[in-house]
Design a protein. Structure first.
Length: 242
């Protein structure tokens, strides 16, 4: 594991963008595994600016998103498809046909999840998987449990996760109770993993995930076994590290 400390979330975004830029330059048709939430926003803003400046080109890039809420359509303002459109895809040259996000309205959840795995395989696998980390150590929507889920699947959301996400909704009642997410195995299959953690509220889980025992009750801890993982933390998230 490579641990990089940044002074601020903005600097963390720039350092992450450096890694993305290198991968896109080496392979213009690379596959990016993307994440949502507030943590990757500085990275996405930086990537948009870099394409505008002519430093990178997304025309051939393909992407696969980590997760999506069950029950939300892609045009729902709180869906992760909508988030990606608003915060990245609408501002870069990526072909919409080359961006996949789990279908929150799938009638057959099991079939949709299997098809999502097939789509990722057909792309040739993920070159770099971007991750944030939940306060309980979840990556994607892989919540703490008694095992590491292997593939894309439906998951019931823990109350701590719904509480953390209710700020995006009018009330807790509107936060979906389930979601679809890449499995831990899907994440681990990526050739490179880049996790960003910012803020003092993430300090404890960063220490537990990367300097504690590997166990499914702390899903992110499995990343200790990935052969190429980079963790970028700001000073606040690194405050409990030696």
């Amino acid at each position: 594991m490579k641990l990089i400390k940044a002074a601020t979330p903005a600097e963390a975004g720039k350092l992450a963008a450096d890694i993305f830029e290198e991968i896109i330059r080496k392979n213009p048709a690379c596959v990016l595994g993307l994440a949502t939430g507030s943590t990757p926003l500085p990275l996405y803003r930086e990537l948009i600016e870099r394409e505008k400046a002519g430093k990178i080109n997304f025309a051939q890039v393909r992407s696969a998103n980590l997760d999506e809420y069950k029950g939300l359509s892609g045009d729902h303002p709180q869906s992760y498809r909508y988030f990606m459109q608003e915060n990245l895809f609408n501002h870069i040259s990526i072909d919409p046909a080359n961006t996949i996000v789990p279908d929150g309205l799938a009638e057959d959840a099991e079939a949709m999840c299997a098809d999502y795995e097939k789509k990722i395989a057909d792309m040739g696998g993920v070159d770099i998987q971007l991750l944030g980390i939940g306060h309980d150590g979840h990556i994607g929507f892989n919540e703490p449990c008694d095992h590491f889920p292997a593939v894309t699947h439906e998951v019931e959301l823990e109350e701590i996760t719904r509480e953390a996400n209710k700020r995006f909704f009018a009330s807790l009642d509107e936060v979906p109770t389930a979601a679809y997410t890449m499995g831990v195995g899907t994440v681990m299959a990526a050739r490179k993993v880049l996790l960003i953690a910012t803020g003092k509220d993430k300090a404890e889980i960063v220490k537990k995930s990367f300097f504690g025992p590997v166990k499914p009750e702390v899903p992110a801890s499995i990343l200790q076994f990935h052969p190429d993982v980079t963790v970028i933390v700001d000073e606040a998230a690194a405050s409990l590290l030696d």
